[in-house]
Each structure stands twice: as structure tokens, then as C-alpha cells.
Design a protein around this ligand. Sequence first.
Ligand SMILES: NC(=O)c1ccc[n+]([C@@H]2O[C@H](COP(=O)([O-])OP(=O)(O)OC[C@H]3O[C@@H](n4cnc5c(N)ncnc54)[C@H](OP(=O)(O)O)[C@@H]3O)[C@@H](O)[C@H]2O)c1
Length: 368
Amino acid sequence: MLMPGYATSVGTDRYRHRFELKFPGHFREFQGLWLSSIGIGTYLGDPTAACDAKYRETVAEALESGINVIDTAVNYRHQRSERAIGQALSSLISSGKIQRDEVLIATKGGFLTFDGSEPDDPSEYFQRTLIDPGFLRPEDVVAGCHVMSPKYLENQIDVSRQNLGIEALDIYYLHNPETQSANVAREEFDRRIRAAFAALEKAVAEGKIRIYGMATWNAYRVGQESREGLSLPDLLRIADEVGGKDHHFRAIQLPYNLAMPEALSARTQRVDGKGTPVLQVARAHGMMVFASASLLQQKLTDDLPAETHHWFPGLEKDAQRAIQFVRSTPGIASALVGMSRSAHLAENLSTALTPPLNLEQFKAIFNQ
Ligand SMILES: NC(=O)c1ccc[n+]([C@@H]2O[C@H](COP(=O)([O-])OP(=O)(O)OC[C@H]3O[C@@H](n4cnc5c(N)ncnc54)[C@H](OP(=O)(O)O)[C@@H]3O)[C@@H](O)[C@H]2O)c1
């Protein structure tokens, strides 16, 4: 049986009250939910039982110590990350340490995935599990790995709900939809997006997901002359046409860190004929924005130039400085940090003992 419930205003507020004295300014309100400014990601790591155990322990420890944002995807470590999160959640909730309504759980679908490990014959596996039951038509697959047809998404939402053991996914992202825009004509891409959004609105109506979004790598960081570049205003228009003015396309995710500041600095979007950074567009529409790769996949944890250290008073480690930059950026809901190791969680979460930079301190970084 799947666990009922979802993240709510009351639940996330209850959660924040347990930690707000220890971590000043760590919880911020987005769309009525109080979210920790640091979230745990579960992308990297081998598809092994040893790595499952590390994620199980670290996710549980994160939830017990002040992180209520969890990010995953069905294909991460061949579904093993979702399952490890599901186990951690279920044990904490059954022992009464946390409640379901206190935690925001986000996952993603779009990439083809295996079931725990790579099968000997991947074609036979996809034929048997997806094509024969009618979830997938081979012509919907692009780049040999990506699908966003309604039937496939419906199936993948159910797979994620089972893996995580929960009735409702708080955010369901289309995963790297630019894989599609780079491979099909724009008209066909728009048609596919429209169909995907309709399927996601239906999943909201059925109580399987609460809101939906897009988790991207290049889509909002590159200009629209690139085939991977996507226009958030155009996508919002499609959501409006499909789901009405109260549509549920309400979140985006993209890489953002000290070395990849494009969400804030690159004018990749056009609003009233003017180049505008995606963070500004998202804020204007009340969307939640989650930063992925806050540490640039461990490339910002060791040798930040010494002359940057004074930007981040009170913090001793480069990983903490990098996280402080991301979580202090106006409009970022949560800095997602991949951490399977408990020691990394402790180091990263202690960033939040220091309040986020105020606007003046943040702006000073760009005026050096
Ligand atoms: N397109 C997309 O949708 C997309 C793409 C990328 C990422 N994401 C999401 O964003 C999350 C974060 O991004 P990411 O995991 O790719 O990269 P990241 O958060 O920048 O870096 C994660 C790596 O840094 C290590 N680490 C964590 N804390 C550390 C510390 N204090 N000192 C040294 N190393 C540390 C982790 O090691 P351990 O695991 O050993 O602790 C892991 O190898 C992902 O997990 C995923 O949920 C989404």
C-alpha cells in the first residue's frame, strides 16, 4: 500500500519550527510550502547495494536533521535511488520521526531506465516491459534514450510512486526535455509538450502528482538560437492553454552554481522583446526554481580562489561557500546537493548555521 499524503503548508511549517532557531533563514516559503534552502540530491553513485545503503542512511539523517527537500529521478542508479529514498521515508514515518506532510519529494521521468541493474539484452527488456504492454511506441523514442509521450509518462509516474512508496509525488518533472527539442522539429516538440502537459494535468487531477515542472541541463541556460534552448514564456502559454490559468506547471530545475550562473546572468528568455534571465521569468510567474549541481559535481569543493573567501563570512569550507552562493540567490528555492555520504551531509548542512547572504552581500560578489 502506498503512503497517503503530500507536502502541505501546515506540515512544512511544523517541520521548520523544529529547526528554525538552529538554522536562521534556512526555511523559505514557496507556493505556501516551507522548504529547506538545501535539498538532498541522489543522482551520482554506482548502482550497488553498498551505495543504496549509504543513500538510505544519509537521506534519513538529512530528514531528521533539517532538510525537507528530496530530489531524485526514476533513472538515477537504475531506480535504486528512488527505492532507497522510499525505504528511508517509510522507516522514519513509521517510527514517528517525521510525517509525510513535512517533506517535499520531487522526481523526474523521460529517460528510459533499467530495473536495478543493466539487463543482458536491453532491447528485449524494453520490448517486454514497455513496448508489449503498450506503454511505449518505438517511434516516440529520441536519441535512443528519451520519451515523453502521455502513455509513457503515465506509466513512469506509477513506477516512481511504487519505488518511493507514496501516493502523491510533490513535484514531477519532465527530465531534460531539451533532448527532444534537439532531435525533433520545433512544431513536433510543441505538440509533444502539449500532450505531455495534458497527461500531467490529468495526473494532478487523479492525485498522483501535486504539481509538475521541467528539470533541465541546457534548456534555460542557452539562447533560443540553440535547438536545446527553450522559452519559458512559451511553455507557460502552452500550460495555460492546456490546463487553464490555474495550471500546475509550477517548477523548474536547472544547474546553477558559482561556475554556472546563467540562470541569473544569461538573458536567454525574451519578455516583451527584451532578453531576460530565466530566474526573473520564473519569479514573475511564481514558479519554484531548484538549483541542481550546486557543487558542480564536486568541482567546487576544494580550491575556490582565496580571494573569494571573504564573500562568504563565517564559512570555512569551499563546499559550504559554494552552497551559500546558491541558497543566497534571490528566487532559488533550494540548493540541491548530491550527497550519499553522511560526512558530506554534516559539512553541507552546517552551512545553514550561518544565515544566507543578504542582498547587499550577494550583490557585492558581482561588483568585485
Ligand atoms: N538534469 C537534471 O535534472 C539534473 C542534473 C544534475 C543533477 N540533478 C539533481 O541535482 C542534484 C545535485 O547535483 P549533482 O549530484 O549532480 O552534483 P553536486 O551536488 O554538485 O555534487 C555532488 C557530488 O559532490 C559530492 N559532495 C557533496 N558534498 C560534498 C562535500 N562537502 N565535500 C566534497 N564533496 C562533496 C558528492 O559526494 P557523495 O555522494 O560521496 O556524498 C557527489 O559526488 C542531483 O543529485 C540531482 O538530484 C538534476
